[in-house]
Design a protein around this ligand. Sequence first.
Ligand SMILES: CN[C@](CCCC[B-](O)(O)O)(CCN1CCCCC1)C(=O)O
Ligand SMILES: [Mn+2]
Ligand SMILES: [Mn+2]
Ligand SMILES: [Mn+2]
Length: 302
Amino acid sequence: KTLAIVGCPFSGGQAKLGVDRGPIHLVQAGLPEQLSELGWKVLFDGHHQFEEIDAASDPPIGKLKNPRLVSRVCEAIAKVVGEHAKKGQLPLTLGGDHSLAMGTISGTFEQYPDACVVWVDAHGDINTAETTDSGNIHGMPVSFLLGLGSKIPEFSWVKPLLKPERLVYIGLRDVDAGEKKILKENGIRAFSMHEVDKYGIGRVVEMALDHVNPKRDRPIHLSFDVDALDPSVAPSTGTPVRGGLTFREGHYICEAIYETGCLVALDIMEVNPSLADEAEVKQTVAVGCSLARSALGETLLG
Ligand SMILES: CN[C@](CCCC[B-](O)(O)O)(CCN1CCCCC1)C(=O)O
Ligand SMILES: [Mn+2]
Ligand SMILES: [Mn+2]
Ligand SMILES: [Mn+2]
């Protein structure tokens, strides 16, 4: 099976410098070679270059920051991911901030209209233009994919291909009031850290998949924000929140999803190699690499 690594050095969906260098750190840590070791035919034709738009010609739209830049980059990524998927390859998108998932998931649904999405994150990333307080679009991709909130002409390329019943969250613990309302109104299934504590990660993953993929016959797009992990496990990320997934819980999710045989696309997002000391950056990059390996077939006992 062929894996296409899509390196996305992009930080426009949020305000912290450095997350655009996540991809290069993951690749330089040897991720492509590690995946070849697992038997994948790995395609990697270099990191995507996104030419900047100067701030003067990309003023906020309402509260949204860098809207035209984010929209253009996500539209480009949707095409790249869609093309790889069309060729029967598995796109592995390396972020870069999580706004990119507006593009990756759009690309997946082009090829797999009956796909489901497992969103692993401390956050819901489902704010609309009306509910966002930060204006950072990495807190909004899911609302665009569901077609929620007021229509913004600059984002008219995003089709509402994701249905609420095809989306499930694992790891939530920092959800804005507006997002909680949206989750409830749309009946979106979410397994917060409370459920992880209550049922254990094994049951949570089983219940999550039972919800979006009851017969395990639907393509799965796994979008993993490393801030789902506890900051002690993945410290160098833009929006860390205490009380997160352990190293093993994070890897169990990836292993269990690989075991379904349904994975068609994977995002490893929000590794920011500039927010902690050298050891912690190394640790965070290493976790990004090992999560990817676990989702792509690495097992503990072979
Ligand atoms: C929870 N929503 C936040 C964070 C989004 C994180 C995006 B991700 O990709 O890393 O998951 C936080 C919104 N504010 C809440 C009040 C305090 C300041 C931040 C937002 O900016 O919308
Ligand atoms: Mn996220
Ligand atoms: Mn997050
Ligand atoms: Mn973040």
